[in-house]
Write a protein that binds this ligand. Sequence first.
Ligand SMILES: [Mg+2]
Length: 432
Amino acid sequence: MSILHISLRGSKDMKIESINTYVVDAGWRPWQFTEIKTDSGITGYGEMSDGRNPWGIVGTVEDFKPLLIGKDPLNIQALFWDLQRMAIQSKGGIASKAVAGIELALWDIKGKHHGVPVYDLFGGKLRDKQKIYWSHCGTSRARDYEILGVDPLNSRQDVINLGKEVADKGYTSLKTNIIVRPDSPLSHPPKETYVFFGGFGGGAGSTDQGLEYTTDKQTFINYELLDVIEDHISALQEGSQGKVTIGLDLNFNFKPQAVKKICNRLEKYNMMWVEIDMYEPDGLREITDSTDIPITSGENLLGVTDYRPYFDKRSMDVAMIDIPWQGFINSKEVASLAASHQINVAPHNYYSHLSTMISLNLCANIPNVRIMEIDIDDVPWKDEMIGGPLDIKNGVVDIPTGPGWGVDIDTSIFEKHAWQKGKGPGYLSLPK
Ligand SMILES: [Mg+2]
């Protein structure tokens, strides 16, 4: 009999001892993290941030604990599929994010155990640097300028100045949202700058009916919004002197007819893309067929089953991939499926620097990454949680080289900035 014994259950020496979660206040949204401790002394961290359902997600991690405590953390596929089976009647959504937070912490443990970055566990890296774009550019200032320690965004000149700042800091791409300033025809008392998110509820002001003419100033859905959008994009372009390509994220705010009108208005600008989320591949294809502006979508899709009909119908030019919402295994598979359809991907990363490190590990490991998202304006503890700011030069950041995700997490920052129950969701940005 062979003296060699290879266990299919992985290392017989390491066990998961405990799993903790954190809900952290990140200004206009909460971040959620998993922390998995092992009996070997290695601790892994994962991110599963969601702006609207933080307590549902950490509660679901609590539900998963009995499947994990005492198990070998290195046997990730088996644990991942155990969790998928347990959540099979709750496909996607909160369950997917909870599974992702756990899976990502397990990869961190495995990388640290072997002393290599996570991308090395998948065959190594294809690049040493990654181009990024300044996301929620202006959006974060409109929401939380006091926390960010910047000037408010109250005039067209303020937006022009922001565009100049982006170019001066060396970024070559930015992404913004629909920002309604006090000098806009759609401004209402108390005349404060707000971010238009009519597709996310909030009563009057939803865009469920699309764009309409109206003289009723209590109805925020009208063609004046096209003027607001064009003024915002043109101001950013003017300030950045054409050196910066501009993405506009429309999120879930519009149906195809309205998106086509918006794209038509923006054709003459230096657009990186227009981004629209939509659970309808034929509707999205209508938009993509109607414009020369690249259409980006997919941040809310989870796994190849969700993405496949969109890729088959060529509904999007660039596929957003959210790793904290679907995990590394699914994200790798989606990137491969996208590559097989000649589609590039862009990690969805408006989260903490842990997610930034996780996303950079994916970028390093796939051939078809278009560009990566990052929020430059953010709460100061985003840098503090990893011991200091990232080294970003000319809109490019280095691929991490440390074990696991390549970053040490200071959880005392999480405790210091805990998200208070009842504060969220963080997107109630329609005028009061
Ligand atoms: Mg988006």
